[in-house]
Write a protein that binds this ligand. Structure first.
Ligand code: RNT
Ligand code: ZN
Length: 419
């Protein structure tokens, strides 16, 4: 895109926003301070490197076979670097335990921080932070669909050990990279059909989690986050780690609660949950995702649900207590494009939230002037937000508009399609 056009459009937009009391410069600087945690698993359809041929289990699934999926650490990190070069701002990357890079044969209960030194070296070079996820699925120790809540002690012990090791790895990320690494826990445990006992599995899960987090670790380096779910495919009747379960667990253990946008009933407004939790809780981790009729993990786009979520965090000034991670996987399209589309959409939604006269709107609301509130929020929808977004991209040295797509096409031709 022509540089002087970008500037000229931005200057006009800046004036339009200034006229309603919105400082576009402030919005641009603020957006620069919001890191996203980009999920590595979009790049290889959640295969990982430890057991790449293991079938994906735990009720999640990836559809499609677009050519060029990464199958080696260098391919995946290279693809991530490419995607990061097309996303404005500084970010983090979320790993999963199965992405360990080691030439020893190691199981999930044997992983050590050094098995992730490959990623730490890459993160230092790329100037990104790292977040962590233990991998409690796609493994033979998922017994009858259960891990930490299993009735079988050996099964629980295996996964408890894995959880403990995931904390050490996250702590290592924090120490090496000078950041707080969020260590997210999601387990698939539950039943396809109606259970008899709904309480005991939850009591077992509490015990297992308490055992995992028993040893104190400095929060400067890592903090745990717990992700609940309504249901999964094959786990339709009962999910041990439900939302209320983890909401309460996070509150009583002073940890983060993870809200995955795909894990609720489709008619629920996920954005409404943040302000109900945050006044009580330590903070949130988000898994920004797009459920199409179910938890389908479609690539995030700038739809109403995303706009509402990002807007709530901005309007309620809760960004500092919220870690925004992405979680989607679609193998029917270019995987690098998927990252770029989802990340840029999330940032656009944040910017849109920032480009509004929030104090004025709150004042209208408190005065009972609901006419002004409705009229203004409708008018804002056609304000020149795109010109500010373009300027943000230009200042951050990433392609403006759809120019990034050409780079992805070249990368396909020269790299991914040659695999
Ligand atoms: C599954 C959860 C979980 C996973 C990733 C791969 O429903 O959303 O976060 O998607 O850990
Ligand atoms: Zn998730």
């Amino acid at each position: 895109m022509n540089e002087s056009n970008i500037k000229a459009s931005y200057e006009l937009a800046k004036d339009r926003y200034a006229a309603i009391g919105v400082d576009t410069e402030e919005a641009i600087s603020k957006l620069e301070t919001v890191p996203l945690s980009i999920h590595c698993w979009q790049g290889d359809d959640i295969h990982g490197f430890l057991f790449p041929n293991q079938e994906l289990t735990g009720g999640i699934g990836v559809s499609g076979n677009f050519p060029g999926a990464a199958t080696t650490p260098d391919q995946l990190s290279g693809d991530l670097s490419k995607a990061l070069s097309l996303i404005p701002g500084s970010h983090k990357v979320q790993l999963h335990a199965i992405y360990a890079v080691t030439n020893k044969k190691k199981d999930l209960d044997e992983l050590d921080p050094e098995d992730f030194s490959y990623w730490v070296d890459w993160a230092k070079q790329e100037k990104v932070g790292l977040d962590m996820n233990g991998t409690f699925f796609s493994h033979p120790m998922l017994k009858n669909g259960f891990t930490l809540a299993s009735p079988d002690k050996d099964t629980r012990d295996f996964w408890i050990e894995h959880g403990k090791r995931s904390r050490k790895i996250a702590e290592y990320f924090g120490k090496e990279l000078g950041q707080q690494s969020v260590n997210n826990f999601w387990i698939p445990d539950g039943y396809k059909d109606n259970p008899i006992d709904k309480l005991t599995p939850r009591l077992r899960l509490i015990n297992s989690l308490d055992e995992i987090i028993k040893e104190p670790i400095d929060e400067k380096y890592t903090i745990e986050a717990f992700e609940g779910k309504l249901f999964g495919t094959g786990v339709e009747s009962y999910t041990v780690g439900s939302h209320e379960f983890y909401d309460n667990y996070a509150l009583t253990r002073n940890k983060l609660w993870t809200i995955d946008a795909g894990h609720f009933h489709p008619t629920e407004d996920v954005s409404d949950k943040f302000s109900a939790f945050l006044p009580f809780g330590k903070g949130l981790m988000l898994h920004v995702s797009r459920p199409v009729r179910w938890d389908s993990d479609h690539v995030v786009i700038m739809d109403d649900a995303l706009i509402r979520m990002m807007r709530s965090l901005v309007r309620d000034d809760q960004l500092s207590k919220t870690n925004i991670g992405l979680d989607f996987f679609d193998a029917t399209i270019d995987r690098i494009a998927a990252w770029v589309i989802g990340a840029r959409a999330t940032q656009k939604a944040l910017l849109l939230g920032m480009l509004s006269p929030i104090d004025q709107l709150k004042e209208d609301e408190n005065k009972g002037d609901f006419t002004d509130r409705l009229a203004m929020t409708e008018e804002l929808k056609s304000y020149p937000f795109g010109a500010v977004w373009d300027e943000f991209c230009a200042r951050n040295n990433v392609p403006v508009g759809s120019d990034w797509l050409n780079e992805v096409k070249n990368y396909e031709k020269n790299v991914t399609f040659k695999r």
